[in-house]
Design a protein around this ligand. Structure first.
Ligand SMILES: *Cc1c(COP(=O)(O)O)cnc(C)c1O
Length: 408
């Protein structure tokens, strides 16, 4: 019986140029972004300028994490304690967590079988709550019809913050992900598309939002040292009113990240090859529903999802156990208790309880896996063969009572 022996969590090393640049920062010791020698431009400021150019945004700000970027974006939009903020019900814990960090109220919107936000439910939730802001999570890289979404949000008077933790480097109809809404947020945490351990960005074309974000990140009165921020005149009326919510990027992470911008497009092509190998390997497996990828979506493919529609929990558990025994670590969004990185909206008890039947039905059969770039297409083909066999076995087998949930 085939067994997979690779690691689903092993990313590629940092490019040599990043290691060298990081060593230079460590040797001179000026890690804080505003600690510069006369005439020196900080790595962080250069990174922001380069990431702004990559996305085509006017302004870019480096931050301590993707979660910090989302919270900063909401503060820049002046979300107040108690305000409702709409977000997808299918997302990762830091998304509702960032809303809760402002004392605001997460309001969840149903997900469709294509794993994107349900626009009809979005409209209903916006009208029911009077929310002004949508924190749209492009969860696992699945992008909704951005033209329809933006038209709807414009009509509803909703400002959109895009959570691009899984879409850095992706685009919709040729427009970079993060450039449709008022603000785009990105993460550079190890499991995303550029790796600095922790880190994040936000981008915007709005000068006032950018100035607020820079001040919020903790710029003191040193904002003129930014290269991808508006001019000092925009800061003048804001600098004494906007609080310092210290959450800056530092020069060490920036040094590690700068050489990774130039290889994002190449990474997208390599991820796409892995994704398509998995798609080909699972096509035609009875009981498996693959997620369709819209023609206008240029996706990253760094993770893969499929549905086992209508499967009872015990059967999913037995499938996961069978795959795990053969070295294939899959995650399931339907488990009763959250495990590892995987929790779902009903587990976030700080949010007002809501029952979203459509989302529950989708997540009950949703299987998820990472496709790190340390995999080769042959690895992916082997994983797909194992999944295909285990799906067939679990579909045919008798089902035991639901056992203890699997470890992540
Ligand atoms: C990782 C992640 C974030 C937050 O990123 P951090 O840098 O870890 O704070 C936000 N949204 C989604 C969907 C994520 O997966």
């Amino acid at each position: 019986m085939e067994r997979f022996t690779g690691s689903f969590t092993q990313q590629e090393p940092i490019p040599e140029a990043g290691i060298e640049a990081a060593m230079a920062v460590l040797r001179h010791g000026r890690l804080h972004r505003y600690n510069t020698a006369p005439g020196e431009v900080a790595e962080t400021a250069l990174l922001e300028e380069e990431f702004a150019a990559y996305t085509g945004a006017k302004y870019c700000l480096g931050l301590a994490s993707g979660g910090a970027a989302m919270a900063c974006a909401m503060r820049a939009l002046q979300v107040r304690p108690g305000d409702p903020v709409l977000s997808n019900a299918f997302t990762l814990a830091p998304v509702p967590g960032s809303i809760a960090s402002l004392g605001a109220r997460p309001v969840f919107v149903e997900v469709t079988e294509d794993l994107t936000i349900d626009l009809a439910h979005l409209e209903a939730q916006a009208k029911a709550t009077g929310a002004r802001v949508l924190l749209l999570s492009h969860m696992r890289g699945h992008v909704c019809d951005m033209d329809a979404l933006m038209a709807l949000c414009d009509r509803l008077g909703l400002r959109v913050i895009e959570d691009c933790a899984h879409t850095m480097g992706a685009s919709w109809r040729g427009v970079a992900s993060g450039r449709h809404g008022a603000i785009g947020c990105y993460s550079t945490q190890t499991y995303k598309h550029m790796n600095s351990g922790e880190g994040g960005f936000l981008v915007t074309d709005d000068a006032e939002l950018a100035a607020r974000a820079v001040l919020l990140s903790g710029s003191y009165m040193l904002f003129s040292r930014h290269l991808a921020a508006p001019g000092p005149e925009v800061f003048e009326s804001l600098k004494l009113d906007v609080p310092n919510v210290s959450s800056r990027m530092d020069n060490l992470r920036a040094a590690i990240l700068r050489p990774q911008i130039g290889i994002l497009d190449d990474r997208r092509a390599r991820w796409r090859a892995l994704y398509q190998a998995m798609e080909a390997g699972l096509a035609g497996v009875a009981g498996v529903r693959l997620i369709p990828r819209p023609q206008h979506e240029d996706y990253m493919g760094s993770s893969f999802q499929f549905l086992l529609p209508g499967w009872e929990a015990a059967r999913v558990v037995s499938f996961l156990a069978g795959a795990a025994a053969r070295g294939v670590e899959l995650k399931w969004f339907g488990a009763d208790t959250p495990q590892g990185f995987t929790s779902r909206y009903a587990h976030w008890r700080y949010a007002a309880p809501e029952v979203l039947e459509q989302t529950d039905r989708v997540l009950a059969g949703l299987i998820d896996m990472r496709l790190p770039l340390t995999f080769m297409p042959d690895d992916v083909a082997q994983i797909a063969r194992i999944i295909g066999k285990e799906v067939v076995t679990a579909a045919a087998g008798a089902v035991a009572p639901v056992a203890a949930p699997l470890a992540d």
